[in-house]
Ligand binder design. Structure first.
Ligand code: SF4
Ligand code: SF4
Length: 293
């Protein structure tokens, strides 16, 4: 069983993608272990932009089962409407109208359970997105989820992406969506460890606190990486001390490195101090999670 490590941040723009990619790179380089990177930021998956050596393999369509009402059999009793917690069903008996709104349906199945009329309501598959596997030198080590435009089923797709690897690895790195909403919960729930990426600023601290509260609630162990650590923000350090939160490492800001990021050349000429910071983080992580290398 792979050790699962999520990389999350309370907000976008903290450098979560850069950290995920570098951890993927350094875990393999420093520990010589099998690592899979799983891009769970399904609305905006962009890890692939930096993994030029990877070849696209199997693509799998993920479907959502959405009930459909057959008005030829429906009695317009509205029992299904009463059961639907998401207000996804409209039934207007005088107009003999009955319909499910796919955008609101969460595929909970309650309406199917509620309906006693044979063949009045049946499930149909609707595609919500894809899971794409990528290999490097024949090894499956990168997986990406990509939500169809217009679909709101991020959480459902993320759960499928996390379940999807058919080839096991020692470590799986889950690049989470930003924020603290349901798609993030779906990513960080049940991982062995979570790395929170933040930046030393009032906004960074505010959103980090939300994420810390969430992880406490989910009972997920975690540590923090401070990105762009050159800014000094004493309130953040005071918070870590007060809450007894471990700082796994501080990544200094480099204009040159930021330029290479913008060009998609993240693994070229990594500045020495950035490299040292990641190697230190990896050795700290070794003491946090047990894996089979
Ligand atoms: S419960 Fe069944 S029969 Fe009643 S309105 Fe819904 S689909 Fe139609
Ligand atoms: S499956 Fe659930 S969410 Fe979808 S229409 Fe039926 S009761 Fe509503």
């Amino acid at each position: 069983m792979a050790v699962k490590i999520a990389i999350a941040s309370g907000k976008g723009g903290t450098g979560k993608t850069t950290v995920s990619l570098n951890l993927f790179h350094y875990f393999r380089q420093v520990l010589d272990t099998s690592v899979q990177l799983i891009d769970c930021d399904v609305e905006e998956p962009n890890d692939k932009l930096f993994l030029n050596d990877h070849q696209a393999q199997k693509i799998q369509t993920v479907n959502q089962l959405i009930p459909q009402i057959d008005t030829n059999n429906c009695t317009f009793c509205r029992q299904c409407v009463e059961y639907c917690e998401f207000n996804a069903i409209v039934v207007i008996p005088p107009a003999q109208f009955a319909e499910v709104n796919p955008a609101l349906c969460h595929s909970c199945g309650a309406c199917l359970h509620a309906c006693n009329t044979p063949n009045a309501i049946v499930e149909q598959a609707h595609p919500i997105g894809q899971i794409q596997n990528y290999t490097e030198n024949g090894e499956l080590n990168f997986i990406e989820g990509r939500l169809n435009i217009g679909s709101a089923m991020q959480t459902m797709l993320i759960k499928e992406v996390i379940k999807s690897p058919t080839v096991n690895a020692d470590i799986q790195l889950l690049d989470s969506p930003p924020g603290t909403s349901c798609p993030v919960v779906a990513t960080v729930n049940n991982v062995d460890y979570c790395i929170l990426v933040t930046e030393p600023s009032p906004f960074g601290l505010h959103d980090l606190k939300l994420m810390v509260d969430l992880l406490h609630e989910l009972n997920v162990p975690f540590g923090v990486i401070i990105n762009k650590s050159d800014n000094h923000y004493p309130e953040m350090d005071a918070y870590f001390e007060e809450q007894n939160i471990e700082v796994l490492g501080r990544i200094p800001f480099s204009t040159e490195y930021a330029k290479r990021y913008a060009q998609g050349r993240i693994f070229e000429n990594i500045p020495k101090d950035v490299e040292e910071a990641y190697k230190e983080i990896i050795s700290k992580l070794q003491t946090k999670v047990c894996y089979y290398a």
